[in-house]
Every structure is written in C-alpha cells, then in structure tokens.
Write a protein that binds this ligand. Structure first.
Ligand SMILES: [Fe+2]
Ligand SMILES: [Fe+2]
Length: 178
C-alpha cells in the first residue's frame, strides 16, 4: 500500500506537470496562429489545462500528498514519450514569433492530437480517476470526497472536448494543405 501510495503521488505530480506544460504549449501555439477564432480556442484550451493542474493540486492536497518537484527528466520515465513531445514542441514554437505556415501548423496539430489522446479523456476515465477514487474513500470529510468526484468529472468532460476540438482543427488544416 505504501508503495502504491508513492507511485500514485509520482504519477499525479507528473500529471500536474504535464497539464502545466500542455497549457504552456497551447499558449505558445496560440501566439503563432494567424486565424483569430482558432487562436482564441487554443487560449481556452490553455486555461482549461491550467485549471486541470489546479484540480490535481487540490486532489493531492486532499490525499495528503505533496506536489514534489518534478520535471522533464523525472516525468519522461513516468508519462513516457508524451513528456518529450510536449517539451520539444514548446521549444520549437517559442523560437520564433511569426505565424506558422499551414504545413507546419498541420504537423503541430498532429502532435497535439497524439498528446491529447495519450493523456486525455480515456486515461482519466480508465486509469487516473479509478486510482484516485480507490484511495479517496479514506478521506473523512465528505464534501472533499464530493468535490474530488465532481472535479474529476469536469476534467473528463473537458478532455473529451479537447480531443474533439483538436481533431476538428486538424481535419480543417489537413483539408487546407491538400
Ligand atoms: Fe487536461
Ligand atoms: Fe487536454
């Protein structure tokens, strides 16, 4: 149990880190997209990812876990290639400020689709939420358990929205570059 608890703590720390970096990625991308509605959508996804990070911080607090210092090197082994892909994209996007040409934009959206599907709705539904629910029952304060359940549902709903939006934007970008 102790070991499981530690593993969950590491997993949640990295998930929190990944949500923060995904937010950074959406922010970096939003400033390199000329299309204003799409740029605005990316800002919404940025804020929602940041809010997911805050929700995970709340859950970790309820579980008595500390958000240990994590980063690329630690999380690459925990969350796999998604961490590397995210970091590389942020780096590439932050190098310049000009709007991205359509071909490059399409490649970035393809990467985003990979990132969102790797740590999106399905992962929260099948892995993260059940793991959290398994340990949250020990929490004495009912309102905190309720809040955790509600907030997890919120993340899951928004992740579904992220995947749909990214897929739709990618479909449009693919049509435009054909
Ligand atoms: Fe998220
Ligand atoms: Fe997402």
């Amino acid at each position: 149990m102790m070991k499981e608890g530690l593993e969950l703590e590491a997993a949640l720390s990295c998930l929190s880190w990944l949500e923060k970096r995904t937010a950074d990625l959406y922010g970096a991308l939003a400033s390199r997209v000329r299309d204003r509605p799409i740029s605005a959508l990316l800002r919404i996804l940025q804020r929602q990812s940041l809010s997911h990070k805050d929700i995970i911080a709340f859950i970790m607090g309820v579980l008595g876990m500390s958000e240990a210092v994590t980063g690329r090197s630690v999380c690459t082994s925990v969350v796999g290639p998604t961490a590397e892909a995210t970091e590389e994209l942020i780096e590439a996007l932050s190098k310049e400020s000009e709007p991205l040409p359509p071909e490059e934009l399409r490649t970035v959206f393809e990467e985003l689709e990979f990132i969102e599907s790797a740590y999106g709705e399905e992962t929260y539904v099948k892995i993260t939420a059940p793991l959290i629910k398994a340990v949250i029952d020990a929490t004495k304060e009912e309102w905190k358990r309720e809040a955790v359940g509600y907030l997890l549902e919120e993340i899951i709903r928004e992740e579904k929205f992220h995947e749909r939006l990214v897929a739709e934007i990618l479909r449009r970008a693919a049509e435009e570059t054909q």
